[in-house]
Design a protein around this ligand. Structure first.
Ligand code: KG4
Ligand code: ZN
Length: 333
């Protein structure tokens, strides 16, 4: 029997989870609301709130799992990528916990963990599969050959898909984080109403900065003609922008399927919570006979269950790190 404690603190969610023999039995997520008033995550504030939240989050994860602290066999933590100050809180806590309990320490790559969230519930994908990982900081197409054998075959050259959503929301005067709000308004709008450009990039890489500029000019020009343009057309703008972001993502995914001849397709990361992306991927998968894997909402955005799950697979391999481990803001696979 193995009990792994997972700790996530890479951005603005403090999360702790317990995994018993490969099954997630608790997943506590403490969200930070302080950033809303600043229109984005303020790194210094994020690390301070992590410090306040981490002990109660771990205590709750342990009690919800109905285990005792001394039953834990290993601590898995997000080493990177992420905000250094935020990562430092989770890393320091995990090192201290491992030292005090005399148990091994397991480092986890946050982006790999988003993908391994697909192994929390059934049905699980079979290797190899392709995963479109779309979050606030990353947009990647990953060829997943095994639990920890992953190759990035396409990625963004500028903004991430989540940033494209959040920056669009800012242009539309919506609060941060705007992705979920665009999703909400898009459901009520006409996606064919406005046309936004699709970048022409030959390989499997993405670019979202041109789209952001196009939206900025589109809004500026229309508001100059009609000051109420935004409020009168918010739903149609959101639907049209969302459709374009989704088509940019799925067109590249289709290309990757042809190039790699793999038909197991997964999505991961915060933007995989987007209903437009989920529905369009399901439809595309049905049309092309793909095996599509879409995570539960609670495992799309940042959470420690995915860290505990990745930690469990590393625990099986006895893949541990020493007390000298330090967090990495940028962390390759
Ligand atoms: O994976 P995540 O929680 O954190 C990072 O590691 O970045 O992703 C956060 C991103 C934010 O940009 C947020 O706006 C976006 O995911 N997001 C969404 C939705 N839910 C979260 N974007 C579009 N539609 C959603 N429903
Ligand atoms: Zn994430």
């Amino acid at each position: 029997m193995s009990i792994v404690l997972g700790i996530e603190s890479s951005c603005d969610e403090t999360s702790a989870s317990i995994c018993i023999d490969g099954k997630i039995v608790s997943n506590i997520i403490a969200n930070q609301t302080i950033h809303e008033q600043y229109g984005g995550v303020v790194p210094e504030l994020a690390s301070r709130v992590h410090q306040q939240n981490i002990v109660p989050a771990v205590a709750q994860a342990i009690s919800a799992a109905k285990i005792n602290k001394k039953d834990i066999d290993a601590v898995a933590f997000t080493r990177g990528p992420g905000l250094l100050g935020s990562l430092l809180v989770g890393t320091s806590f995990s090192k201290a916990f491992a030292l005090a309990s005399n148990i091994p320490l397991i480092e986890v790559n946050h982006m790999q963990a988003h993908i391994l969230a697909h192994f929390i519930d059934d049905p699980k994908p079979q290797f190899p599969f392709l995963c479109l990982t779309v979050s606030g900081g990353h947009t990647q197409i990953v060829l997943v050959k095994d639990y920890f054998e992953m190759e990035i075959v396409g990625e963004t050259l500028d903004d991430a898909a989540g940033e494209a959503f959040d920056k669009t929301a800012k242009i539309l005067n919506l609060p941060y984080p705007g992705g979920p709000l665009i999703d909400k308004y898009a459901k009520l709008g006409n996606a064919e109403r406005f046309k936004f450009p699709e970048p022409q990039i030959a390989n499997l890489n993405f670019s979202f900065s041109g789209l952001k500029t196009a939206i900025l000019y589109f809004v500026r020009d229309n508001v100059a003609k009609n000051p109420d343009f935004l409020t009168e057309n918010l739903e149609d703008i959101c639907a049209s922008v969302q459709q374009r972001i989704v088509s940019i993502l799925l067109n590249k995914l289709q290309k990757a399927v042809i190039q790699y001849q793999v038909t197991g397709i997964a999505i991961a990361g915060g933007v995989s919570a987007n209903s437009g992306l989920r529905n369009s991927l399901l439809a595309l998968g049905e049309k092309n006979n793909w095996d599509v894997f879409i995570p539960k909402f609670e495992y799309c955005t940042d959470n420690a269950a995915m860290i505990a799950m990745a930690g469990y697979y590393k625990y099986l391999k006895q893949d541990f790190v020493g007390q000298d481990v330090a967090p990495l803001a940028r962390m390759p696979f």
